[in-house]
Design a protein around this ligand. Structure first.
Ligand code: 6PG
Length: 476
């Protein structure tokens, strides 16, 4: 679509008025974009209609009775935003649109779709001359309403057709805006998937730090204060840490922390596990992200299980045994967040190397600073543990505090799988000979004749040794 003169804004379509869709709809309306909306649930349409006029300068949306009606009512070429749950619901909307789609139409899927599904939908829509953009949206319901981070993937011409409204509603700051075309094909949903993998690890690290603080006798509101201090002066400022402080400060009517009333069982919609699958496909180690996904699975088995020694017996024992200073935890949390970020960025670089989607990890890191759940000081180049020029972690010295925190927690019987996985990764990258790896290489050669490489000649040819008791030597 050609840019219109004098800022004329032609109507857009929006399908799906859940928490994210209705927030995005209000945001678009407030920015002067006329909308035709559709949701199967009339109550949601009514709720949007009721809230729309209250927003200052907002337009009132038109309503379509079906996806087909919505398409028929839009000026050509059509631009439609789809904000429905990933999976079958997206395919149902696509099926309803497909017969009517014509050349130049652009559909944007703003859900957390699997990149492979996005690639398949792009091909189906392209067969009709139209375009499908897979666009990750981060920031949750509040972000959709006030300024999300938008990671679009697809063709440049499709992006040009929808860039104006997406740039208008995205988060922004003095140094940039939280909306961009991050690459070709399914790049947008690939980037959002990896973003979420990092998010899983960050949430888990925060959860583990919360448990350690709780076991060390710090109450929820005291923890909220500590987190704010870490955000103000500890290099940890960011969306999730501030949100954690707010959540820990929230009480019930009796003044008891509300989080105490929440069952410790975690759900997941899949993006964390997809990140781990992608990492395995592209040969990247993501131990913190994998530990976070496993932690969610384990929580489903363990939630609500009562300690036979009395509900608080274990906790009391742990508390008595734990002696961790909050300052040590701040260092540990920073290191763990950086480690998970580095895992994700390394995966982005590997995925781009293998599939060539035109991803630019530095640009993606910049984009996430605006409106995403990862927005934080840890994404600043000076703070990042990821050296974008060298394309590797800048892990130099492993912080002693990190070792102390993990060993104190483990000795006290307090599991910290994500903090420990990050530490193990950092220790591995920090160098030094791994005798265990050498032994495994030897065993592989001993049972499978896979060959070993001589330590003195790392680039030399593989050698099959005789492991029957020797003597043998590695030929270099
Ligand atoms: C965001 C979030 C958001 C949402 C995910 C999490 O960036 O705003 O990632 O997209 O919270 O759906 O999914 P899980 O249910 O798997 O935690």
């Amino acid at each position: 679509m050609k840019p219109l003169a004098d800022g004329v804004k032609l109507p857009l379509g929006l399908v799906g008025l859940g928490a994210i869709g209705s927030g995005l709809a209000l945001n678009l309306l407030e920015h002067g974009w006329p909308l035709i909306v559709h949701d199967r649930d009339a109550a949601r349409v009514e709720a949007l209609r009721r809230s729309a006029p209250r927003a200052p300068r907002a337009l009132v949306p038109d309503v379509a009775a079906s996806v087909a009606d919505l398409l028929a009512s839009l000026p050509r070429p059509r631009r439609v935003f789809v904000v429905v749950p990933a999976g079958d619901a997206v395919d149902a909307v696509l099926a309803a649109m497909l017969p009517q789609l014509t050349s130049g139409d652009v559909v944007v899927d703003l859900g957390n779709s699997h990149p492979d599904e996005t690639a398949r939908r792009q091909a189906e829509v392209a067969a009709r001359g139209a375009a499908w953009l897979g666009c990750g949206l981060s920031g949750g319901a509040a972000g959709a309403r006030q300024g999300p981070c938008l990671m679009a993937g697809g063709s440049g011409s499709a992006w040009d057709a929808v860039a104006a409204p997406l740039l208008a509603v995205a988060a922004r700051g003095p140094e940039g805006v939280g909306a961009a075309l991050v690459g070709d094909g399914a790049a947008g949903h690939l980037v959002k998937t990896i973003h979420n993998g990092i998010e899983y690890a960050w949430l888990a690290a925060l959860g583990e730090v919360h448990e350690l603080l709780t076991c060390s006798g710090h109450g929820a509101s005291e923890q909220a204060e500590l987190l704010r201090e870490w955000a103000d002066v500890g290099g940890l400022d960011g969306m999730l840490i501030r949100l954690t402080a707010r959540v820990l400060d929230t009480t019930d009517t009796e003044g008891v922390p509300l989080v105490d009333a929440v069952l410790d069982r975690l759900e997941q919609k899949g993006t964390g596990a997809w990140t781990v699958e992608l990492a395995l496909t592209h040969g990247v180690a993501v131990p913190q992200i994998a530990a976070a996904v496993s932690g969610r699975l384990l929580s489903c088995r363990a939630a609500g299980v009562v300690d036979p020694g009395g509900p608080t017996a274990d906790r009391e024992r742990t508390r008595a045994a734990l002696a961790i200073e909050p300052a040590e935890l701040a260092v540990t949390l920073r290191a763990a967040l950086d480690g998970a970020l580095a895992e994700g960025l390394q995966l982005l670089a590997a995925a781009d190397r293998d599939v060539d989607l035109g991803l630019d990890p530095a640009a993606i890191l910049r984009l996430w600073r605006f409106g995403s759940l990862l927005a934080s000081e840890r994404l600043e180049p000076a703070a990042s543990a990821w050296d974008l020029t060298a394309g590797r972690d800048t892990v130099g010295r492993v912080p002693e505090e990190w070792r102390r925190v993990v060993s104190a927690a483990v000795s006290a019987g307090q599991p910290v799988p994500v903090l420990a996985a990050g530490l193990a990764r950092a220790e591995a990258l920090a160098g030094g000979r791994r005798e265990g790896a050498a032994l495994i290489a030897a065993l592989r050669d001993a049972f499978g004749r896979h060959g070993v490489t001589a330590r003195r000649n790392p680039d030399g040819p593989p050698h099959h040794a005789d492991w029957t008791g020797g003597p043998d030597r590695l030929v270099s």
